[in-house]
Design a binder for this molecule. Structure first.
Ligand SMILES: [Zn+2]
Length: 217
């Protein structure tokens, strides 16, 4: 994929996040790896107004946080950069303040194995990282620590993020995470539900791997 194609895809995915109600104003951000750099959404531009030329570019090595672009990158660039540096298999990161994920993050409630789709995240529970102010090294460290080698987490009093081998995968996981958060929020209203066992989730993870919906990237 050329850089121009990837810029266009980032814009398309951002508009899809908007259209499907996962994004609020200019609050989310998206990144995608290209060679030894990443492309990421700019600061303070609503997705409705986003154009491919506005996407910033940041090297993964070299000077930490250096960037190129007509607009400065999202103020939340640190965790995108740190995730891509820490996990070479990550090709894209999607972060949103989606409603039900954010509600659960405020309650600091990790999402347990309420549905077999949790297997797509590579574990038994979608964790919630500790709170730290947006844009800080502390928040980035809290995310990396909570996420481990999984593909999605809640961010305390903030929102959620997902990672994937590419933008298609990371965006799909963002929709799935918000769906799980929506289900869990409702289940909590009726007093809780029955959770799936580790063996049941392991069976699903094996099935996903065999038809390409891998439990990990
Ligand atoms: Zn945010």
């Amino acid at each position: 994929m050329t850089e121009a194609d990837l810029r266009a895809e980032i814009v398309a995915r951002c508009k899809e996040l908007d259209a499907r109600g996962l994004n609020r104003g200019a609050s989310g951000n998206v990144s995608a790896r290209i060679g030894d750099a990443m492309l990421l959404t700019p600061s303070a531009i609503p997705y409705a107004a986003l154009e491919p030329a506005m996407i910033a570019r940041m090297p993964l090595d070299g000077e930490y946080g250096a960037w190129e672009g007509p607009l400065k990158p999202t103020t939340e660039w640190r965790f995108h950069l740190d995730l891509m540096r820490a996990r070479p298999e990550i090709g894209a990161v999607v972060h949103t303040h989606a409603e039900f994920s954010t509600i659960l993050s405020i309650a600091r409630k990790p999402i347990p194995a309420i549905h077999y789709m949790i297997a797509a995240f590579g574990g038994m529970e979608i964790p919630c990282c500790d709170y730290a102010c947006y844009g800080t090294a502390e928040l980035s460290a809290a995310i990396l620590s909570a996420l481990g080698d999984m593909n999605g987490c809640l961010m305390a009093n903030h929102g959620m993020l997902t990672v994937g081998a590419d933008l298609t995968r990371a965006t799909w996981l963002a929709f799935e995470l918000e769906a799980l958060a929506h289900h869990y929020w409702h289940v909590l209203q009726i007093g809780g539900g029955q959770l799936l066992s580790e063996a049941e989730i392991a069976t699903v993870a094996k099935g996903f791997a065999s038809y390409g919906v891998q439990s990990r990237n």
